[in-house]
Write a protein that binds this ligand. Sequence first.
Ligand code: FAD
Length: 417
Amino acid sequence: MKSKKILVWFRNDLRLHDNEMLVEAIAKSDSILPVYFFDPRYAEEALDGGTKTGIIRSNFLIQSVAALREALLKIGGNLLVISGKPEDHIPALVEKYEIAEVYHHREVATEETTISSNVEDLLWKLRVNLKHFIGHTLYNKEDLPFPIKDIPDVFAQFKKKTERDAMVKDCFPAPTEVILVEAEEWGEMPLAVTDDTKPAGGEEEGIKHLKELFKEGAEIYLKVSAKAHADKAAFSSMLSPWLAVGCLSPRKVYWAVKNAERKFGNHTNFSHLILGLLWRDYFRFMFKKHTVSFFSEVVTETNDQLTEQEYNKLLNQWKEGRTGHVTVDQYMTELNHTGFMSHAGRLLVATFLIYVIKLNWLDGAAYFEQKLIDYSPASNWGNWANIAIGAKDPRSKNTFDLDKQIKMLDLEIFVPS
Ligand code: FAD
């Protein structure tokens, strides 16, 4: 009898723990072919001449994929690594290895969904199914108390109804054994530009960071002053890079918080962390509901007195941290050096770009896409859009306070150069 082989296409789900796609592929097949694609489209030149994925995030990603391969090797598996487009390779792999089905986690942003639609069309011609899994969110869409089309656009309502009526599932256990499709070659990993990216990518590193976060005496248990909390500058878990590429599942983080809650009782920082995960879900579901129009229709007033040259000069000063505004410049310099910026910093520099120097917010968001180590399409474009509509749209009340951000900017002397 012919054995059943499943191709497991890893994307932003670079982990063994809480990976339903992997668990089901192992259970429903005789052997699996795990594959990861370094897609050249993400290394392409951006409109401003930079690369769409900057060095810091590239390194983090390479480390994360290498760690996944190591983890699979330890349980008898491996990871086929291909530098190329999934559409160009998956159909050929299916034919070569007589694959019966292809599994992947569904994405929400246009670039990613276009890629999987193309793959699906090509597989359809081969009469092979592309099975979609949902593993990026805390709440699965089918567990929500409303269909996607009825998800409230107001975050507070989304939060209230979801927390009241939906459950967070347990994590799927990490598989302990894999039977592989026999392949002659498993592909070369691209070289990281530098080995010392901090934080380091990979599931093991992410789990280590999560454990450190909750170890006895850690910062998360410190009492937070009401003012610091109100400023939203209270606590930063720094979990976002691992969450963005799926080295950590949001459910793993959620259950770590619940575990700490059981031991130590409620804490502002615990609620803060869960709130962050809900925001993350919210933006993904907004993308799913509205697709790209969620942000493409958001237009802000830009300074139309500027010539193209003047516009580019202002934009470059913002990017390089040379605006003359001390805090904005510090935050942008931090972004350029580390790939990270706190949430408070992101709010401030975005407010500055949109409402003070009045540039097009899409340019700011595109720069974040290049530079952020934790770049994630829905979270980045969603947050930028939220700030851009903030001044006009009552839906954003209580979530983005433009007056407060402007006051914070006003506290610093701004000397335009
Ligand atoms: P914590 O405060 O410890 O929160 C825990 C987790 O919750 C985060 O790791 C993150 O996964 C999630 N989270 C928290 N707040 C938000 C939020 N507002 N939106 C979405 N998720 C949230 N986050 C990204 O992960 N990728 C991005 O590309 C991104 N771009 C942003 C752009 C702008 C303009 C703004 C204002 C925010 C952006 N954020 C983005 C959200 C947020 O700033 C970061 O998730 C957070 O700063 C990461 O630090 P942390 O892990 O310490 O967060």
